[in-house]
Design a binder for this molecule. Structure first.
Ligand SMILES: [Zn+2]
Length: 123
């Protein structure tokens, strides 16, 4: 996942917030892992490989459902930034308010659709 800085990103503050949250989640995972497991003795693994395999396997067991879900939402938010669709509700296409994005930059929904989703009315 290469990050390019060729042009100004209008979502930079949100991207920073998302990265911070993502790092927090990864940090707590790393702490859990360090506390629970000895270091592998099979030599130095490429960091990217390690991250990829950790993400797909161990991470799934170490994080709570809510944390895992949040990481997924953060990934999707990054994807929407790349696709130039960040800040737009994925359900109804409405613009998501600035205050809402500041509070929950990973949200895919506007406030109305979020309510529907929480009530289980969104499929
Ligand atoms: Zn909506």
């Amino acid at each position: 996942m290469a990050r390019t800085k060729t042009k100004a990103n209008p979502w930079q503050p949100y991207e920073d917030a998302l990265r911070k949250k993502q790092n927090e989640l990864f940090d707590s995972y790393e702490r859990d892992k360090a506390a629970g497991n000895a270091l592998p003795d099979d030599g130095i693994q490429d960091l990217a490989d390690k991250a990829a395999s950790a993400y797909s396997k161990e991470l799934n067991f170490s994080l709570s459902d809510a944390e895992r879900n949040l990481l997924m939402l953060i990934e999707e938010a990054f994807n929407r930034m790349k696709a130039d669709k960040f800040g737009v509700c994925t359900n109804c296409g409405a613009t998501i308010g600035e205050k809402r994005l500041q509070a929950v930059p990973w949200t895919p929904f506007c406030i109305d659709c979020q309510e529907l989703q929480e009530k289980g009315l969104l499929t």
